[in-house]
Write a protein that binds this ligand. Structure first.
Ligand code: F3S
Length: 77
């Protein structure tokens, strides 16, 4: 199953992911970080991960990947 991965520590809180894909991304303005909705922290990598299964969900997150200025969002297929 495809997986969305966010390097949370590397996020600079620009907000672009939440602007293009609000179903999956929200902003924590206090911490100046994006939140991957429903994502779970992988304690080994310290990254947040979320399984997705529809093409629509992948497309939305691909847009987030494309707009992130510090490339901290990945999709593993
Ligand atoms: Fe952070 Fe990149 Fe979103 S910097 S706020 S994950 S576009």
């Amino acid at each position: 199953m495809p997986k969305i991965i966010q390097n949370y520590e590397g996020c600079i809180g620009c907000g672009s992911c939440a602007a293009v894909c609000p179903d999956f991304w929200d902003m924590d303005y206090d911490k100046v970080k994006a939140i991957l909705k429903g994502g779970k922290k992988n304690e080994q990598t310290k990254e947040y991960e979320l399984d997705v299964n529809t093409q629509e969900d992948i497309k939305c997150n691909q847009e987030a990947v494309d707009v992130c200025p510090v490339t901290v969002i990945k999709i593993i297929k």
